[in-house]
Design a protein. Structure first.
Ligand SMILES: Nc1ncnc2c1ncn2[C@@H]1O[C@H](COP(=O)(O)OP(=O)(O)OP(=O)(O)O)[C@@H](O)[C@H]1O
Length: 226
């Protein structure tokens, strides 16, 4: 990935959520950690243009999140903290297809793409199930399938193992490890990011540590008890 922040920061109603920062993210797997309310989600949303910087600029693979919003959304798939909120249609297959509407695909090509992504996450058996009946782990995989069917090169996941039991957590962890796409994962589940290429620690809207997982997690532990 090639994500650049150039003195980019953002405020809500005069309160700074992310202080202006400059950095470049080029690694394949990046973790974001920090206390509740430290700015992690806001930072991630600035990358896909859901939150615009109040100052500075953010570019993703060369596209400006302000000026080239549509191109940026094609580059970055975002899986929200509560995946049930992002699945719109009642039947999983229909929801996955929704992402492909507007693309010039024949019915057959569309079905091939949907079946391909279902097979990739081993959830073909869920294709015709009602989304609201799926378990938490199944829902996470369903959300991944719905986002990845459009083939974004970068995927951001906001707390993908939140509220999952050990089995579903392991399933999602294993699935994330096998992804070919570049990933940026916000997580309170520290083992999930322990072998990532780079970890950012947010604290009060600033990045206060940035580096290898063990070093950054050690800093996080200090903040957590201070
Ligand atoms: N749309 C918004 N309007 C107003 N304030 C917001 C908005 N989004 C976030 N904030 C505020 O910005 C700060 C950072 O929030 P953010 O969601 O980025 O934190 P976080 O680190 O992701 O937290 P958590 O771990 O609890 O999900 C918080 O004080 C939050 O209340």
């Amino acid at each position: 990935m090639d994500v650049r922040f150039d003195q980019a920061g953002t405020s809500f109603d005069g309160r700074t959520a992310v202080h202006p920062l400059s950095l470049s993210l080029t690694e394949r797997r990046i973790g974001i950690i920090g206390l509740n309310g430290s700015g992690k989600t806001t930072f991630a949303r600035m990358i896909n243009g859901l939150v615009q910087p109040s100052q500075g600029r953010v570019t993703v693979n060369g596209f400006d999140t302000g000026a080239d919003g549509e191109a940026v959304r094609g580059q970055v798939g975002f899986i929200f903290q509560n995946p049930q909120n992002q699945i719109i249609l009642p039947i999983l297959r229909e929801d996955i297809e929704l992402g492909l509407r507007g693309r010039k695909l024949t019915r057959g090509q569309m079905q091939d793409r949907v079946n391909g992504v279902l097979a990739r996450f081993s959830i073909g058996h869920l294709a015709d199930r009602r989304v609201h009946e799926l378990s938490g782990g199944e829902l996470q995989l369903a959300a991944l399938a719905s986002v990845l069917v459009t083939e974004p090169p970068i995927v951001i996941l906001d707390e993908p193992t939140n509220q999952l039991d050990l089995r579903n957590r392991t399933l999602v962890e294993r699935t994330l490890r096998a992804l070919d796409e570049d990933v940026l994962v916000i997580s309170h589940d520290l083992p999930l990011i322990e072998d990532y290429d780079r970890v950012l620690l947010f604290h009060e809207g600033r990045i206060v540590a940035d580096g290898r997982p063990e070093e950054v997690v050690a800093e996080y532990r200090k903040i957590a008890v201070s």
